[in-house]
Structure formats: structure tokens, C-alpha cells
Design a protein around this ligand. Sequence first.
Ligand code: CDP
Length: 197
Amino acid sequence: MRFCVAIDGPAAAGKGTIGRAVAARFGFAHLDTGLLYRAVAAKGGDPVAVAEGLQETDLLRDDLRSMAVGQAASRVAAIPQVRAALVAFQRRIARAEGGAVLDGRDIGTVICPQAEVKLYVTASPQVRAHRRWLEVGGDRGQVLAEVIERDQRDMGRAAAPLKAAPDAVLLDTSVLTVDVAIAAAIDVVERRMRELG
Ligand code: CDP
């Protein structure tokens, strides 16, 4: 069975948490595609060459989650040749037998426009910055500024900008608990499965 759940949305909206839970519920594979761009940025050197030679083991580095790597990732992610080098790997997982959840910025729009389910997960910048601050600590004001800066760069770039696919289901997690947000996402997937028989 092939079934792709595409989850897109801005920084720290809860895509990863929801993606992991949906994948676990249905026994699907899960790929956090942000890790690809983070790994390219963290390796340094020529980003196009690094993206072309990226290995799955590069995604296991333990320094990929920092704010600094997130900022650097959004810079390399604006380079069309970097994005192009990472498409085939993502599509292979998206169409793998057994189902898959991919979360990122362009999954429903570019990587898997035929996805059976598309979710656009968002929340207010203040809520997202607070969640990120709980993860990384540091100065609250700076975390908010960086979240906003990264969103603007991701939404404003020419290559695969962050936007909701026209047929995506919007999930605003600003006032939802994690459990309620996960239940809502699972409900969307179950309804789609029933529709498809
Ligand atoms: O976890 P968080 O939402 O903060 O970021 P991430 O998903 O790890 O993504 C890091 C950066 O990679 C983003 O700011 C985007 O610039 C880029 N990215 C992208 O361009 N396309 C994707 N499918 C995933 C991430």
C-alpha cells in the first residue's frame, strides 16, 4: 500500500511531533526533511556538492537541531541546485511501499503533490517561538526574531517557497494541546483512508 501524508508549515509549528505520531499510529515511515537541509548546512563547504553527496548517516549528527544550524539550513535551502539534489531521495520515501509521512516546507507542493493527505500545520509566531525556546533555551526575544526571520526567508524565496497546497487541511496548533493536534491529524488520515476504500 502506498499512502503519503505530506505535512508542511513554518518553523516550530509542531510538524515533527505530529508527523512522528501519525507515522507510529499507522506504521508508516517518517522523514523529517528539514534534517536534509540542516545536514547540508552543518557539513559546510560548497552546499551544492554537499547536497549531491549527502549520505543517510549525515542525518544522524547530534548538532543538527540548533538555532544556528536552522538559520544556515534556511539559507542553503534557497539554492535551487541544493533542493534539486535532494528531491529523488525524498520522493523514494514518499512513494515507498507501506506508507510514509514527510514533513517540511514543500512536501505537498513540490515533493509529493499527489499525496493522499496534505496538512498545513501552523501556529502564531509567539507560540512557535515559545516552543522553540523551551527546546533550545537562550534569549527569548532572539528566538522569536530568528523564527520570524526564517519564516520570511522560507516564504519569500523563489525556489519552492513555503506555502500551503490549495488542497491542504489547515491545522492551527496555537491553542491546541499536543494530544488534540495529533488526534486531529489522525482523524484527517482515517477519513481519507475510508474515502479511498
Ligand atoms: O524544525 P523547524 O521547523 O524549525 O525547521 P526544519 O523543518 O528542520 O527546517 C530547517 C530549514 O530547512 C527551514 O527553515 C527551511 O529553510 C528548510 N527546509 C526546506 O526548505 N524544505 C523542507 N522540505 C524542509 C526544510
